[in-house]
Design a protein around this ligand. Structure first.
Ligand code: OAD
Length: 331
């Protein structure tokens, strides 16, 4: 696939796109990703002096002491003023053009929904802040995320009022946002949707993820061979994609839309984006081809990757998880 037009053609003929996204699609909205040089894990490591910043999402650690997570949680809690990126809107456009079968998102910022992707089309693989559950085994009461938002914003540990009333020491169970921590199971909806989507899909698009967290990191391999697979990311990640579009996802999306001639619908919404990346759809987004399957966009070095080529690291990154529980490949 040596012409960008061929890549666009994959989209033109697709009727059942499966998209898998990670934190990179929200970076242009002002939300840092996790593992980039100035990502959230870098600031968490500095602030809390953690050698492994992923501990902040470790369920054992949370059960021992939830205060560290809640000191940090305001940074990842969805903020009402944040607007979706052009990539989020592109995913919503795929839906409105009846080409989106499913969006699997690892993100907990809710921006895909704000862009207009329906709940039915979305699988929130790592849960969300929409609800929270009391961690007391005797209680397990579920509350709306909005009811704990003020405490989370203030860096405080939210407590279950029902438990507080029943407990002698007035402490009450901790209300944990229903996001999936390391060591917790993914929602059943992930496996349920995959079971049918693997049969129906005709294209896999992967955007803005380092694919370092299992079991989500294993999703692309379920589609290889059945459908064409396209990676859109700033850097190379482990996998065997048919095409690699390396650059900022908003730029790549702009180039794809331009190639497809998709200027008619929602064009104004794209162009008014604060960063202006989608406006590039009407100009030209620079890229060049590196055989056999890589297109390099602006901001990516000529070698095409910011880390060493991860294909060499596949085996050492192999997860030992059970395929369901959230586990990191890096720890
Ligand atoms: P990462 O931070 O691991 O990876 C983000 C990827 O997006 C990196 O490969 C970046 O190079 C790339 N990227 C950043 N900005 C980009 C842009 N503008 N355009 C294109 N690519 C860009 O984030 P995830 O893979 O999403 O878990 O992380 C997976 C999980 O690890 C998260 O869901 C989170 C974390 O622990 C939980 O919250 C439970």
């Amino acid at each position: 696939m040596s012409h960008f037009a061929d890549v666009a053609h994959l989209l033109r003929r697709a009727k059942n796109v499966v998209a898998l996204v990670g934190a990179g699609v929200s970076v242009s909205c002002g939300i840092p990703d996790f593992r980039s040089a100035h990502g959230l894990y870098h600031s968490v490591a500095e602030r809390f002096g953690l050698s492994d910043p992923q501990q902040i999402f470790c369920i054992d650690h949370f059960e021992d002491d939830p205060s560290m997570f809640f000191e940090f949680a305001s940074q990842i809690m969805p903020q009402p003023h944040v607007r979706p990126s052009p990539t989020h809107r592109f995913l919503a456009e795929l839906q409105s053009r009846r080409r989106l079968l499913r969006l699997y998102s690892q993100n907990i910022d809710g921006l895909e929904k704000r862009a207009g992707v329906s709940e039915q089309r979305t699988v929130l693989c790592h849960g969300s802040f929409l609800t929270a559950t009391c961690t007391s085994r005797a209680c397990k009461r579920r509350v709306k995320g909005t009811s704990i938002a003020p405490q989370v914003a203030a860096g405080l540990v939210p407590r279950c009022i029902k438990c507080q009333k029943n407990s002698d020491d007035d402490s009450g169970g901790v209300l944990k946002p229903d996001i999936v921590f390391f060591g917790e199971k993914l929602p059943n909806r992930v496996a349920d949707c995959l079971e049918t989507d693997i049969e129906k899909a005709d294209l896999l698009l992967v955007f803005g993820t380092s694919l370092q967290v299992a079991p989500v990191s294993k999703i692309p391999a379920m589609f290889y061979g059945h459908v064409p697979s396209v990676l859109v990311n700033r850097e190379l990640v482990a996998g065997h994609f048919d095409v690699e579009l390396l650059g900022d996802c908003d730029d790549v999306v702009a180039a794809l839309r331009a190639e497809l001639g998709w200027h008619d619908r929602s064009a104004a919404r794209y162009v008014d984006d604060a960063r202006g990346a989608a406006g590039a759809a009407t100009t030209n987004v620079a890229y060049h081809f590196v055989p056999p399957k890589r297109f390099l966009f602006a901001n990516v070095g000529s070698e095409g990757a910011r880390r060493d080529d991860p294909e060499d690291q596949n085996n050492s990154n192999e997860s030992e998880d059970d395929g369901v529980t959230n586990a990191s490949h890096t720890s």
